[in-house]
Ligand binder design. Structure first.
Ligand SMILES: *[C@@H]1O[C@H](CO)[C@@H](O)[C@H](O)[C@H]1NC(C)=O
Ligand SMILES: *[C@@H]1O[C@H](CO)[C@@H](O)[C@H](O)[C@H]1NC(C)=O
Length: 156
């Protein structure tokens, strides 16, 4: 019998800043560990403000700077995601609250704060959307990097 794949969905409010960065970073580490065949990875929004849009230009710039490929079009989370994904990660407490509200009764996904895996602390990955510059995006990247590595080490 074929081995069952693991799956992770990264979620934030609009799916154009934090969650596509987290998706790209996790995909990068999974590939680096030669585990691509074993994972299904995606990202989604709790609100549909930006459906169909590419990530924020500052998020694209940040991933370019770190030489990590990112290609995603924003989409809202749907009921099936709660049974198709093993892990659904929110970036802050509002995301977690929205995810719990949107989850169907028979949801089987584990809903967690991605930041809970950060060995260096801050559990909340703050929304950099309203920042002027690139620093907020860099911080999101650094947090995602630590969390994704720690999570992958834990589950594989
Ligand atoms: C992944 O595969 C490549 C090519 O086969 C190999 O060079 C590399 O050491 C592998 N990495 C890990 C972490 O197993
Ligand atoms: C969960 O419930 C919905 C209807 O409420 C149903 O369509 C879906 O198939 C159910 N999923 C599972 C995994 O039972």
């Amino acid at each position: 019998m074929a081995e069952k794949k693991s799956s992770a969905l990264f979620v934030c409010l609009g799916n154009i800043c934090r969650s596509p960065i987290a998706e790209a970073v996790f995909t990068h580490y999974v590939k680096e560990q030669n585990l691509s065949e074993k994972w299904i990875i995606d990202s989604a929004a709790t609100a549909d403000y930006h459906t169909g849009k590419s990530p924020d230009r500052r998020a694209i710039k940040c991933m370019k700077r770190h030489d990590i490929p990112m290609s995603h079009k924003a989409r809202p989370i749907i009921a099936e995601d709660f049974k198709n994904f093993d892990y659904i990660f929110g970036m802050d407490e509002n995301n977690i609250r929205d995810l719990k509200r949107l989850a169907p009764k028979n949801s089987t996904a584990k809903i967690e704060l991605l930041g809970d895996y950060d060995p260096e602390g801050p559990c909340i990955i703050r929304d950099p959307y309203y920042d002027d510059g690139d620093e907020g995006f860099e911080e999101v990247y650094q947090q995602c990097k630590r969390c994704c590595q720690a999570f992958l080490n834990k589950v594989s």
